[in-house]
Design a protein around this ligand. Structure first.
Ligand code: IPM
Ligand code: MG
Length: 363
C-alpha cells in the first residue's frame, strides 16, 4: 500500500491540498492503487505548533513515504523569525535530505488560457516547455555562507555558488533522457561568460551530451538571454536545463507564459534505486499567497497537476495522469476560471468549485 505524505503547509496550501487529495483518492480507486494518506505539518504551521519548520518525525515520514505532496510554505507572519527557522527551510531541508536533485517544471499553455497570459496569445498558445532545475546544490546550499565583520567594523555577507562534476552530469542526464520522450532539444542555461561555475557547467553538459546523448540537439544559452528569449519567443524551447538559482528565476518567468503562477506544477525527484524506485516530492511552483488565503478563491490546478505528475513519475500510471491532465483541460475549455485566470468578462469560481468541476470531468 503506497504511503502518500500530504504536507499542506501555509496560506492557501491547505485549500489547494484539500482539492488535490480528492483527485488522489479518485486516482487511488480508479487504478486500485490503495493509497494510504498521512497528513503532517510543514513550514509556518509546523513552526507555530512545534517551534521548527520541519520536525524530525515529519522528515522521517518523508524519507519513508512513497511520495510526498506539498502545498506551499511561508507568509508574512514569519518575516521576523530567525533565518534557520523560517518556513522555507522546511522545503530546502526536504529537498536536501531526500536528495531530490531533479526538479521538473512543465510550463504548458492550455489553448483556452492563451488570453490569460501577459504575452500575445499567438506567442504562447500551445506552448509546452519543460524546465529541469538542479535542486540540491548551487548557491542555495553552497558554503561558506553568512556574515562576517571586517577589520574596519563594517559587515560582509557571502553566498557560494558551487557545483561538482557529478552534480552537473546527473541533472544533464535527466534533461537529455526527458528530451528523448519529447522533441529531442535541450537548452542549457548558465553564465559561462562571467562565472567559473557557468563555464564548468557548460563543459560538463557538453561532455555528457557527447558521451551519451549526441543524437539530441544541445544549445547553450546565457541565462540572461534565456530570460529574454522566454518572453520573446518561448516556443523555441523544449527542455531547458539549468542550475538551482537560474531555475528558480526562469521557472517563474515561464509560469507567467501559461497565464498564471497558479497553473504550474512540479516534481522533485531523486535518483532511482536498484528497483527503479525514486524518492519524490510534488508541489505547485506558486507560493502560499497569504493575501488570498482562507478565502476559497485560490487556484488548485497547479497542485492537482502536481498530483498528476506524481501518478506519472512515482507510480507509472501514465493513463491516469493523462486523464487528470485532460480533466483540467476540459474544465478550462468549458470556461471555468478561478480569479487568477479569469478575464475581465469571466465570472470566477471558488477553489472548491474548481475541485468539484475537475472531479466531475474525471468521473
Ligand atoms: C520555488 C520557491 C522556493 C525556492 C522558495 C519558497 C524557497 O521559490 O520552489 O521556486 O526558492 O526554491
Ligand atoms: Mg521560486
Amino acid at each position: 500500500m503506497p504511503n502518500i505524505l500530504l504536507l499542506a503547509g501555509d496560506g492557501i496550501g491547505p485549500e489547494v491540498m484539500a482539492q488535490t487529495k480528492r483527485v488522489l483518492e479518485w486516482a487511488s480507486d480508479k487504478a486500485s492503487l490503495n493509497f494510504t494518506f498521512q497528513d503532517a505539518l510543514a513550514g509556518g504551521a509546523s513552526y507555530d505548533a512545534h517551534g521548527t519548520p520541519l520536525t524530525d518525525e515529519v522528515l522521517e515520514s518523508a524519507l519513508n513515504a512513497d511520495a510526498v505532496i506539498l502545498g506551499a510554505v511561508g507568509g508574512p507572519d514569519y518575516d521576523n523569525v530567525e533565518r534557520h527557522l523560517r518556513p522555507e527551510i522546511a522545503l530546502l531541508k526536504l529537498r536536501k535530505e531526500l536528495d531530490l536533485f531533479a526538479n521538473l517544471r512543465p510550463a504548458i499553455t492550455y489553448p483556452s488560457l492563451a488570453n490569460a497570459s501577459s504575452l500575445k496569445p499567438e506567442l504562447v498558445s500551445g506552448l509546452d516547455i519543460l524546465i529541469v532545475r538542479e535542486l540540491t546544490s548551487g548557491v542555495y546550499f553552497g558554503t561558506p555562507r553568512g556574515m562576517e565583520t571586517l577589520p574596519d567594523g563594517t559587515q560582509r555577507c557571502v553566498d557560494t555558488q558551487s557545483y561538482t562534476e557529478a552534480e552537473i552530469s546527473r541533472i544533464a542526464h535527466v534533461a537529455f533522457e526527458l528530451a528523448k520522450q519529447r522533441n529531442n532539444l535541450v537548452h542549457s542555461a548558465e553564465k559561462a561568460n562571467v562565472m567559473e561555475t557557468g563555464a564548468f557547467w557548460r563543459k560538463i553538459v557538453t561532455e555528457t551530451h557527447a558521451k551519451h546523448f549526441s543524437d539530441i540537439t544541445l544549445e547553450h544559452i546565457l541565462a540572461d538571454n534565456c530570460a529574454m528569449q522566454l518572453v520573446r519567443c518561448p516556443k523555441q524551447f523544449d527542455v531547458l536545463v539549468t542550475d538551482n538559482l537560474f531555475g528558480d528565476l526562469l521557472s517563474d518567468v515561464a509560469a507567467m507564459l501559461t497565464g498564471s503562477l497558479g497553473m504550474l506544477p512540479s516534481a522533485s525527484l531523486g535518483a532511482p534505486d536498484v528497483n527503479g524506485k525514486r524518492r519524490a516530492m510534488y508541489e505547485p511552483v506558486h507560493g502560499s499567497a497569504p493575501d488570498i488565503a482562507g478565502k476559497n478563491i485560490a487556484n488548485p490546478i497547479a497542485t492537482i497537476a502536481s498530483s498528476s505528475m506524481m501518478l506519472r513519475y512515482s507510480f507509472n500510471c501514465e493513463q491516469i495522469a493523462n486523464k487528470i491532465d485532460k480533466a483540467i483541460e476540459t474544465v478550462l475549455d468549458n470556461g471555468l476560471r478561478t480569479a487568477d485566470i479569469a478575464g475581465d468578462n469571466d465570472r470566477s469560481i471558488s477553489t472548491t468549485d474548481m475541485g468539484d468541476a475537475i472531479l466531475q470531468a474525471l468521473t
